[in-house]
Design a protein. Sequence first.
Length: 303
Amino acid sequence: MEREALYLEDPVKEWPLQQKWCQDSLLEQYADVIFRAEAVDWPLKMYVEYMNNNIDESPLYLFDRSFVEKMNLRVAQDGGSYWPPECFGEDIFTLLGDQRPDHRWLIIGPERSGSTFHKDPNATSAWNAVIRGSKYWIMFPNSASTPPPPGVFVSEDQSEVTSPLSIAEWLLTFHDEARNTPGCLEGVCGEGEVLHVPSGWWHLVVNLEPAIAITQNFVPKSHIAAAIDFLKNKPEQVSGFKSGVQDPYALFMERLQKHHPNLIEQQQKVSKKRKWEDVVHGASEEDGAADFSFGLGDELDEE
């Protein structure tokens, strides 16, 4: 995998929790705190007991979106427990304040646990920081002209994704084919490393050993068009917003207009330019050219 493009090593090593967190220290502080492990809610001590003794082919994966509140953590560089790596720049979704969709998760799991192929919600990018353990990643860049990864089937509107029932089944059946597919990237992310998942990238991850990690979704300026397009044109697929938010697209555009009107103007100019180029060059499905798309998240952020 192109480590220089997707991996970072320094940010996590500066976090206070990187030095403190391990299975034993978490149990000392949070043994009776309830966390979500897929479809069940367990006290941490019960989940850790399961994690250390299970022989499941696909173990339950602790994936909790409210861990900051449950663990009384402070997310800030000044006196905080951890903070988002500065290299990713401004997260435009912070404009939504407490109305932003779910965006950060504590992830704990044993060997063999993980996530099957998916794209991150709402056309967001993500970073995933490994506190303990190691994770294997296999990824495919975002491209409208290429099919999904081998063994992954997507409905026409991309609202439904079907893949084998378990990570193990996919690895046994499709791993070799995937590794020989153009664009495939793979690698291992170890303790103290951060992996960047650009908007729209397919990715599968599996723990190679018991692991603790934190992940967060964000919208960088370079991928803002993809988020706008998703909120506007795929409202039925938008997820993570509180029930009181009736129109996420209108809310996001209102905040953008207030705080970053220049970004809206830039995206409108790019949109008009692309549409004009399609007209001039006769882009169409019939001649094999790619359809115009408002999303600009096809490449890694230069940052």
